[in-house]
Design a protein around this ligand. Structure first.
Ligand code: 5AD
Ligand code: SF4
Length: 358
């Protein structure tokens, strides 16, 4: 195992698929500690002991898609739908800017319409006119036509997150109804890269039917699309979804999902080296210290929710999503304390591009 870790640290993409599987299948505490330490050292080499912050704005839970795992799928009639107004989005952006986060992520359900395209463009234009290059803007608004991605790029967005969810076509098809095209999703990733966006992608980890080989292939997929940023997290069942309704969320299940999520972060860091990797909210949903553990396993970005607390309950992608009632200022204090507790500092007032993107 030491040999494998040293080989991984020599240079990026230095492991075979089989070796990725070996690292993902590690199970003793002692070996896991070694794995996380090695991944952390790779992170330290490229990024230092610093954590970038993105303020997350969940602007709308209206989605035309019906993914079998997701709590805000169009078929879920048990939630109230909302969309923030332009003023509400801008007020949240103002908070993010003043808090010194340096970047925001505008995320929402997938909508494709000229009205939606224009709305987002006008929000972007206003953000650019108020804060210029002082505030990084990442979009996470699903699959769109190239012309739409182009418009948003022109209006000032420079990063885009679009998770592939699973790079295994068969598994992808099991997780989505007909009409959700894997091929289109991959094409969108290539289009985004071509248009000059910094590209983020990722997967859900620990899905029913997913193997360690699938996860190894996911990591290779990140390399193949030349991702600059990785946002991935453990799958957490949601009771109002076809995939989640019969999966009991026991303490053992949560622990297993957390560990697999952490291992996936570590192995991805060891394979890609210089990308941004988020320690996602889903980790925090599984354990109170999940986010810190993600950072210690090689992640370097956190994405605190900056949306007004009144709207958060409407954005339950999965059960037990944390911080439903913590207001944004409290989150900031909690963030600083949490990052400090593991010997890292927040990178405030910086865009925080990944070395890979540079
Ligand atoms: N568990 C974990 N992550 C989920 N997502 C959606 N539903 C779940 C779930 N049940 C993730 C998807 C999507 C992102 C916005 O949220 O990966 O891309
Ligand atoms: Fe919509 Fe994304 Fe949820 Fe699928 S995962 S239903 S595209 S919000």
């Amino acid at each position: 195992m030491d040999e494998l870790l040293n080989k991984a640290l020599e240079k990026p993409r230095n492991l075979t698929c089989d070796e990725l599987v070996v690292l993902l299948s590690i199970s003793t505490n002692k070996e896991m500690e070694k794995l996380f330490k090695a991944a952390y050292s790779a992170k330290e080499r490229y990024i230092g002991r610093r954590v970038s912050v993105r303020g997350l704005i969940e602007w709308s839970n209206i989605c035309k898609k019906n993914c079998y795992y997701c709590g805000i799928r169009s078929g879920n009639k048990n939630i109230e739908r909302f969309s923030l107004t332009k003023d509400e989005i801008l007020a949240t952006a103002e908070f993010i800017f003043s808090a010194g986060y340096g970047s925001l992520v505008l995320q929402g359900g997938e909508l494709e319409s000229p009205a939606n395209t224009d709305f987002i463009s006008s929000v972007l234009a206003e953000i650019k006119s108020r804060w210029g290059n002082g505030l990084g803007v990442t979009l996470s608004l699903g699959e769109q036509e190239e012309s739409v991605y182009q418009k948003w790029r022109d209006a000032g967005a420079h990063r885009y997150l679009l998770r592939i969810e699973s790079s295994n076509l068969k598994l992808y098809e099991k997780l989505h109804p007909q009409g959700h095209s894997f091929e289109r999703r991959v094409k969108c990733l290539h289009t985004l890269k071509k248009l000059g966006y910094q590209l983020g992608t990722g997967v859900m980890i620990g899905l029913p039917g997913q193997t360690l080989l699938d996860l190894a292939h996911d990591i290779e997929f990140f390399a193949k699309v030349d991702a600059d940023m990785i946002g991935m997290g453990p799958y957490i069942p949601h009771a109002d979804t076809p995939l989640g309704e019969n999966i009991p969320i026991t303490a053992e299940y949560m622990q297993q999902q957390l560990i697999l999520g952490l291992k996936m972060i570590a192995v991805t860091r060891l394979y890609l080296h210089d990308v941004n990797i988020a320690s996602t909210t889903a980790l925090q949903a599984l354990a109170p210290d999940g986010r810190e553990r993600g950072l210690l396993a090689g992640a370097n970005v956190i994405m605190p929710n900056a949306t007004d607390v009144g709207y958060r309950a409407g954005y339950q992608l999965y059960e037990n999503k944390p911080n439903l009632d913590e207001n944004a200022e409290e989150t900031m204090a909690a963030l600083e304390a949490s990052v400090k507790s593991i010997g890292e500092t927040l990178r405030l007032n910086e865009l925080g591009d990944s070395p890979h993107a540079k």
